[in-house]
Design a protein around this ligand. Structure first.
Ligand SMILES: NC(=O)c1ccc[n+]([C@@H]2O[C@H](COP(=O)([O-])OP(=O)(O)OC[C@H]3O[C@@H](n4cnc5c(N)ncnc54)[C@H](OP(=O)(O)O)[C@@H]3O)[C@@H](O)[C@H]2O)c1
Length: 368
């Protein structure tokens, strides 16, 4: 979408060499601050925007930073772990990726991270609670703190990533705190754009790859829970597009194109990986919750009791707002499943053709 014809590029280079700038190089931000873009679109261009992406070191954040940097945007990448921030350096041209250490509890550090930015993304979120941070301190107070510092610092736009199922009445604390976080963000930054993606799939996802390794946890509810999986690249592109769209609805839902049951997704994983379907039993919820509670005593992330609750909650049926972010329908899961699942094939099956399971008949809205 950012490709230009050779003639346009040639013209832009001539203008650039002559030291002149075109009228369309000037962008006026909502705060009336003008910024000037420069150079042919791409890695070495200067879009004029400076962006801070909180939560950049996560699954979605890394793709967003890459997309922004490729557009010639200067990106501030706040990090907690030095090693997590290393991979960002080659994503942008020299000086375009600025790494800064931060702590979500430290307002001064947050202010320092967004001091020069005209747009701030908040992707910070956690699937499980830790001894230092519960859901509320990350999704509610943390989100509110970032939004309020951004508002005080005169940031033009604030984009807050929530979840498709965010609801104050949800049985899941994760979804509840996501909804509370949205409200707090809107209270302190009224023009904020709330983005609600469905469950993401991609290389580092916790969906397809987890199903390939731990099918037992996806058999809960007899595999009948309904999901609207969406490709991480599509959501990252939608977030990147937001930067150049001046007017947007205050809440954007970004679900995947199809509603699918866990049962069908497990079939998909076993067909694509050419592994036999799992013979693991269907655990009753109480047993799964007990096991998840016990699993919290290990020091690496294990399935949390709240995730067990979420495995019984269907994704909500709302229309996707893809057109508002300049995109057509997102990709179907079959189009990309092999890319992320081929590594689970045995050596002799590695290049065998894929046979997908038959799609279940469409779920009628009355089923919800
Ligand atoms: N993945 C999905 O399927 C999905 C679906 C819908 C919505 N979302 C939402 O989209 C956002 C990004 O998701 P994701 O999959 O990229 O999540 P992720 O891989 O778990 O990454 C979460 C990010 O938040 C940061 N973070 C978490 N707790 C923090 C804390 N206490 N202090 C500072 N930073 C903290 C992490 O930093 P560190 O690297 O330093 O830990 C990381 O950068 C989240 O808000 C998530 O809830 C995700």
């Amino acid at each position: 979408m950012f490709a230009s014809s050779p003639n346009t590029l040639r013209l832009q280079r001539i203008i650039q060499k002559s030291g002149q700038r075109a009228y369309h190089d000037l962008v006026t931000l909502p705060t009336n601050k003008p910024i000037i873009s420069q150079g042919p679109p791409g890695y070495s261009a200067v879009s004029g925007h400076t962006v801070t992406v909180f939560g950049c070191t996560g699954f979605l954040g890394r793709y967003l930073v890459s997309k922004l940097a490729k557009m010639g945007t200067q990106v501030i990448v706040p990090y907690r772990d030095e090693d997590e921030a290393r991979l960002f350096k080659p994503m942008g041209d020299l000086g375009q990726i600025v790494r800064m250490e931060w702590d979500i509890r430290n307002e001064d550090q947050i202010a320092e991270c967004l001091r020069h930015s005209d747009i701030v993304y908040n992707l910070v979120g956690r699937d499980y609670e830790t001894k230092n941070f519960d859901y509320s301190s990350v999704h509610v107070t943390g989100a509110e703190r970032i939004a309020s510092v951004a508002a005080q610092s005169g940031v033009s736009r604030f984009v807050h990533v929530s979840h498709l199922n965010a609801s104050t009445t949800s049985k899941s604390k994760f979804y509840q705190t996501k909804a509370e976080g949205e409200e707090r963000v809107k209270a302190v930054f009224p023009t904020a754009t709330i983005v609600r993606p469905g469950s993401l799939f991609g290389y580092e996802d916790k969906l397809l790859t987890n199903m390939a390794v731990w099918p037992i946890w996806w058999k809960l509810n007899h595999g009948q829970t309904k999901l609207r999986p969406v490709h991480v690249m599509d959501v990252a592109q939608a977030l990147a597009n937001i930067m150049s769209i001046p007017q947007l609805p205050s809440t954007l839902s970004l679900p995947g194109p199809s509603t699918l049951t866990y049962e069908w997704l497990l079939d998909l994983v076993s067909s694509v990986t050419l592994q036999p379907p799992s013979r693991a039993p269907v655990l009753p919820q109480v047993v799964a919750t007990t096991l998840a509670k016990v699993a919290q005593s290990v020091w690496w992330p294990a399935l949390s009791p709240d995730e067990v609750i979420r495995r019984y909650i269907d994704d909500i049926e709302v229309p996707g707002d893809w057109a508002a972010v300049g995109m057509s329908e997102p990709a179907e899961i079959e189009n990309h499943a092999i890319t992320y699942l081929r590594r689970y094939r045995s050596a002799e099956n590695f290049v065998r053709p894929i046979v997908f399971p038959t799609r279940p008949s469409p779920v009628s809205p009355e089923a919800y």
